[in-house]
Design a protein around this ligand. Sequence first.
Ligand code: GLN
Length: 198
Amino acid sequence: MKIGVLALQGDFAEHISMLQRLGVETVQVRLPAQIEGLDGLIIPGGESTTIGKLAVAYGLMEPLRQFGERKSIWGTCAGAIFLSNDIHRDQPLLGLMDIIVARNAFGRQVDSFEIDLDIPALQQIAPESGAYHAVFIRAPLIEAVHGRAEALSQLPDGRIVAARQGHLLATSFHPELTGDDRFHRYFLKLVAGERMAD
Ligand code: GLN
């Protein structure tokens, strides 16, 4: 299995270390040709405006959209923003997921927080494994899922912070910043399922 990590800006290195720890072959993606032959792609956290501008400049928008039509993509934080099709403002988006996202919905950098979440989907990865410790850094909120998207995890007050749409995944938080690899393994399972269906 070969997984690409979009390496234009943001914390792509942390995703790569997590994937390497799981024994997966990784590719840093900066140019369209590097998407060829990948089984799945992760779009890291960072600044979605910067990631979008660079993706336009490097001719990556259309190749990424086409990839996401067929293959698994997981966006964490800024990556989740970039995957969505509505963020109430104008900036380059892949528009692959039916999620409405509000950027910086929890406030400024100093309002970043960590919280234990209940994520039922992770039971498939590690039954009985308990709460998932999630790190939110100037995070976006998934205001609503519609169309083909479904919520995967909510804060105690019901606000959505993770969503799935078939082989596409979006999380407001940063699973690459803790030692807990369950979310990465969940993504690899999505990727593997798709290859089995090929
Ligand atoms: N605030 C950033 C944005 O709007 C996302 C922050 C992050 O990825 N940690 O793009």
